[in-house]
Design a protein around this ligand. Structure first.
Ligand SMILES: C[S@@+](CC[C@H](N)C(=O)[O-])C[C@H]1O[C@@H](n2cnc3c(N)ncnc32)[C@H](O)[C@@H]1O
Length: 211
Protein backbone atom coordinates (compact mmCIF):
# COMPACT_ATOMS: atom_id res chain seq x y z
CA UNK A 1 0.00 0.00 0.00
CA UNK A 2 1.78 3.15 1.19
CA UNK A 3 5.21 1.98 0.22
CA UNK A 4 4.11 1.75 -3.41
CA UNK A 5 3.18 5.41 -3.52
CA UNK A 6 6.48 6.86 -4.59
CA UNK A 7 7.16 10.52 -3.94
CA UNK A 8 7.87 12.40 -7.18
CA UNK A 9 11.47 13.64 -6.88
CA UNK A 10 14.64 14.48 -8.82
CA UNK A 11 17.96 13.09 -7.67
CA UNK A 12 21.32 14.95 -7.71
CA UNK A 13 24.63 13.19 -8.35
CA UNK A 14 25.42 13.33 -4.61
CA UNK A 15 22.26 11.34 -3.79
CA UNK A 16 20.07 14.21 -2.56
CA UNK A 17 16.54 13.94 -3.85
CA UNK A 18 14.37 17.02 -4.29
CA UNK A 19 10.57 16.83 -4.48
CA UNK A 20 8.71 19.73 -6.13
CA UNK A 21 5.93 19.65 -3.50
CA UNK A 22 8.47 19.96 -0.68
CA UNK A 23 10.16 22.89 -2.44
CA UNK A 24 6.81 24.66 -2.58
CA UNK A 25 5.72 24.15 1.03
CA UNK A 26 9.01 24.42 2.93
CA UNK A 27 8.86 28.24 3.36
CA UNK A 28 5.28 28.36 4.71
CA UNK A 29 6.03 25.35 6.92
CA UNK A 30 9.07 27.01 8.51
CA UNK A 31 6.97 30.13 9.27
CA UNK A 32 4.11 28.10 10.77
CA UNK A 33 6.43 25.84 12.76
CA UNK A 34 8.02 28.92 14.39
CA UNK A 35 4.70 29.28 16.26
CA UNK A 36 4.14 25.60 17.02
CA UNK A 37 7.45 23.84 17.76
CA UNK A 38 8.94 23.89 21.25
CA UNK A 39 12.04 26.10 21.44
CA UNK A 40 14.52 23.37 22.51
CA UNK A 41 14.88 19.59 22.44
CA UNK A 42 14.58 16.78 19.90
CA UNK A 43 12.06 16.65 17.08
CA UNK A 44 11.24 13.25 15.62
CA UNK A 45 10.09 13.64 12.03
CA UNK A 46 8.17 10.68 10.60
CA UNK A 47 8.13 9.92 6.87
CA UNK A 48 10.77 12.57 6.13
CA UNK A 49 10.86 11.66 2.44
CA UNK A 50 13.75 13.20 0.52
CA UNK A 51 15.26 14.87 3.63
CA UNK A 52 15.15 18.35 2.10
CA UNK A 53 12.58 19.41 4.73
CA UNK A 54 14.71 18.00 7.54
CA UNK A 55 17.77 19.94 6.34
CA UNK A 56 15.76 23.17 5.99
CA UNK A 57 14.13 22.74 9.40
CA UNK A 58 17.40 21.88 11.17
CA UNK A 59 18.92 25.05 9.68
CA UNK A 60 15.90 27.21 10.56
CA UNK A 61 15.72 25.88 14.17
CA UNK A 62 19.32 25.60 15.41
CA UNK A 63 18.21 25.09 19.04
CA UNK A 64 16.33 21.92 18.08
CA UNK A 65 17.92 18.54 17.37
CA UNK A 66 16.29 17.06 14.29
CA UNK A 67 15.80 13.28 13.94
CA UNK A 68 14.42 12.43 10.50
CA UNK A 69 13.10 8.98 9.64
CA UNK A 70 11.47 7.04 6.82
CA UNK A 71 10.38 3.48 6.10
CA UNK A 72 11.97 3.52 2.63
CA UNK A 73 15.73 2.79 2.48
CA UNK A 74 16.08 4.84 -0.73
CA UNK A 75 14.54 7.85 1.00
CA UNK A 76 16.87 7.30 3.97
CA UNK A 77 19.86 7.37 1.61
CA UNK A 78 18.67 10.72 0.30
CA UNK A 79 18.16 12.01 3.86
CA UNK A 80 21.72 10.95 4.69
CA UNK A 81 22.97 12.78 1.58
CA UNK A 82 21.17 15.97 2.70
CA UNK A 83 22.60 15.54 6.20
CA UNK A 84 26.15 15.07 4.84
CA UNK A 85 25.91 17.99 2.42
CA UNK A 86 24.39 20.37 4.98
CA UNK A 87 27.08 19.75 7.60
CA UNK A 88 24.43 20.59 10.22
CA UNK A 89 25.36 19.28 13.67
CA UNK A 90 21.73 19.29 14.82
CA UNK A 91 20.57 16.99 12.01
CA UNK A 92 20.86 13.29 12.93
CA UNK A 93 21.17 10.23 10.70
CA UNK A 94 17.72 9.02 9.62
CA UNK A 95 15.98 6.37 11.72
CA UNK A 96 14.27 3.42 10.04
CA UNK A 97 10.72 3.92 11.32
CA UNK A 98 7.72 2.18 9.83
CA UNK A 99 4.63 3.72 11.42
CA UNK A 100 2.84 0.37 11.08
CA UNK A 101 5.31 -1.26 13.51
CA UNK A 102 6.57 -0.35 17.00
CA UNK A 103 9.00 2.58 16.81
CA UNK A 104 12.63 1.97 17.82
CA UNK A 105 12.76 4.97 20.18
CA UNK A 106 12.66 5.27 23.97
CA UNK A 107 9.72 6.77 25.88
CA UNK A 108 10.11 10.53 26.04
CA UNK A 109 12.58 10.52 23.11
CA UNK A 110 11.31 13.79 21.63
CA UNK A 111 9.68 17.09 22.57
CA UNK A 112 7.83 17.04 19.29
CA UNK A 113 6.75 14.49 16.68
CA UNK A 114 6.11 15.96 13.23
CA UNK A 115 4.79 14.36 10.11
CA UNK A 116 4.17 16.01 6.75
CA UNK A 117 1.98 14.55 4.02
CA UNK A 118 1.66 11.06 5.46
CA UNK A 119 -1.83 10.67 6.97
CA UNK A 120 -3.66 10.57 3.62
CA UNK A 121 -1.34 7.76 2.50
CA UNK A 122 -2.09 5.35 5.35
CA UNK A 123 -5.24 3.52 6.51
CA UNK A 124 -7.23 5.06 9.38
CA UNK A 125 -6.35 2.32 11.93
CA UNK A 126 -2.70 3.14 11.27
CA UNK A 127 -3.36 6.81 12.05
CA UNK A 128 -4.61 5.70 15.48
CA UNK A 129 -1.53 3.60 15.99
CA UNK A 130 0.68 6.50 14.92
CA UNK A 131 -0.86 8.84 17.51
CA UNK A 132 -0.53 6.18 20.24
CA UNK A 133 3.15 5.58 19.41
CA UNK A 134 3.76 9.32 19.22
CA UNK A 135 2.26 9.82 22.67
CA UNK A 136 4.71 7.28 24.08
CA UNK A 137 7.66 8.83 22.22
CA UNK A 138 6.94 12.33 23.56
CA UNK A 139 8.20 13.94 26.74
CA UNK A 140 5.94 15.88 29.11
CA UNK A 141 4.42 18.92 27.39
CA UNK A 142 5.23 17.32 24.05
CA UNK A 143 3.71 18.40 20.75
CA UNK A 144 2.33 16.29 17.95
CA UNK A 145 2.24 18.23 14.67
CA UNK A 146 0.72 16.94 11.46
CA UNK A 147 0.52 18.67 8.08
CA UNK A 148 -1.39 17.69 4.99
CA UNK A 149 -4.70 17.73 3.15
CA UNK A 150 -7.85 17.03 5.18
CA UNK A 151 -11.59 16.86 4.68
CA UNK A 152 -13.63 19.40 6.68
CA UNK A 153 -16.45 17.15 7.84
CA UNK A 154 -17.21 15.28 4.64
CA UNK A 155 -16.36 18.26 2.41
CA UNK A 156 -13.34 18.63 0.17
CA UNK A 157 -11.52 21.96 0.23
CA UNK A 158 -11.34 22.02 -3.59
CA UNK A 159 -12.05 19.99 -6.73
CA UNK A 160 -8.34 19.25 -6.93
CA UNK A 161 -8.46 17.68 -3.47
CA UNK A 162 -11.47 15.59 -4.47
CA UNK A 163 -9.63 14.34 -7.58
CA UNK A 164 -6.42 13.58 -5.68
CA UNK A 165 -8.30 11.68 -2.98
CA UNK A 166 -10.15 9.67 -5.65
CA UNK A 167 -6.81 8.76 -7.28
CA UNK A 168 -5.45 7.57 -3.92
CA UNK A 169 -8.53 5.44 -3.21
CA UNK A 170 -8.33 3.91 -6.68
CA UNK A 171 -4.80 2.75 -5.86
CA UNK A 172 -5.78 1.49 -2.41
CA UNK A 173 -9.34 1.77 -1.03
CA UNK A 174 -7.99 1.70 2.55
CA UNK A 175 -6.13 5.02 2.19
CA UNK A 176 -7.15 8.58 1.36
CA UNK A 177 -8.04 11.86 3.04
CA UNK A 178 -9.17 11.84 6.68
CA UNK A 179 -11.38 14.53 8.10
CA UNK A 180 -10.09 17.11 10.54
CA UNK A 181 -12.74 15.89 12.97
CA UNK A 182 -11.73 12.21 12.66
CA UNK A 183 -8.06 13.02 13.22
CA UNK A 184 -8.94 15.21 16.21
CA UNK A 185 -10.97 12.33 17.69
CA UNK A 186 -8.08 9.91 17.12
CA UNK A 187 -5.69 12.36 18.79
CA UNK A 188 -8.05 12.75 21.76
CA UNK A 189 -8.36 8.96 22.13
CA UNK A 190 -4.56 8.69 22.21
CA UNK A 191 -4.37 11.23 25.06
CA UNK A 192 -3.71 14.48 23.18
CA UNK A 193 -5.39 17.87 23.66
CA UNK A 194 -5.96 20.21 20.71
CA UNK A 195 -3.67 23.26 20.51
CA UNK A 196 -4.09 24.79 17.05
CA UNK A 197 -5.37 24.35 13.52
CA UNK A 198 -3.38 26.51 11.10
CA UNK A 199 -4.59 27.12 7.55
CA UNK A 200 -1.76 26.61 5.08
CA UNK A 201 -1.35 27.28 1.33
CA UNK A 202 -3.02 24.92 -1.16
CA UNK A 203 -5.86 24.18 1.30
CA UNK A 204 -3.60 22.20 3.60
CA UNK A 205 -3.75 22.31 7.39
CA UNK A 206 -1.14 22.16 10.13
CA UNK A 207 -2.62 20.50 13.23
CA UNK A 208 -0.94 20.79 16.62
CA UNK A 209 -1.82 18.65 19.63
CA UNK A 210 -0.27 18.59 23.10
CA UNK A 211 0.39 15.66 25.45
C1 LIG B 1 4.34 11.99 0.18
S1 LIG B 1 5.84 11.49 0.89
C2 LIG B 1 6.09 12.83 2.04
C3 LIG B 1 7.55 13.01 2.36
C4 LIG B 1 7.89 14.28 3.14
N1 LIG B 1 7.31 14.27 4.45
C5 LIG B 1 7.47 15.50 2.36
O1 LIG B 1 6.43 16.09 2.68
O2 LIG B 1 8.18 15.84 1.42
C6 LIG B 1 5.39 10.14 1.93
C7 LIG B 1 6.55 9.49 2.65
O3 LIG B 1 5.99 8.57 3.58
C8 LIG B 1 6.85 7.47 3.66
N2 LIG B 1 6.07 6.37 4.22
C9 LIG B 1 5.12 5.67 3.60
N3 LIG B 1 4.65 4.70 4.40
C10 LIG B 1 5.30 4.81 5.57
C11 LIG B 1 5.27 4.07 6.78
N4 LIG B 1 4.43 3.03 6.95
N5 LIG B 1 6.09 4.46 7.78
C12 LIG B 1 6.92 5.49 7.62
N6 LIG B 1 7.02 6.22 6.48
C13 LIG B 1 6.22 5.88 5.46
C14 LIG B 1 7.30 7.26 2.23
O4 LIG B 1 8.47 6.48 2.16
C15 LIG B 1 7.50 8.70 1.77
O5 LIG B 1 8.83 9.12 1.99
Amino acid sequence: MVRHIVQSANQAADGRRTAPAALRNVGPLVEALKLRLPSKGRVLELASGTGQHAAAFAEAFPELNWSPSDVDPDQRESITAWQRESGLKNLAEPLAIDVSAPWPVARGFAVSVLTINLLHLIPKPLVSRLFEEAHGALSENGRMIVYGPFLRGSAYASDGDRAFDASLRTRDPAIGYKSLEAVSDIAHAAGFAPIAVDAMPANNLLLTFGT
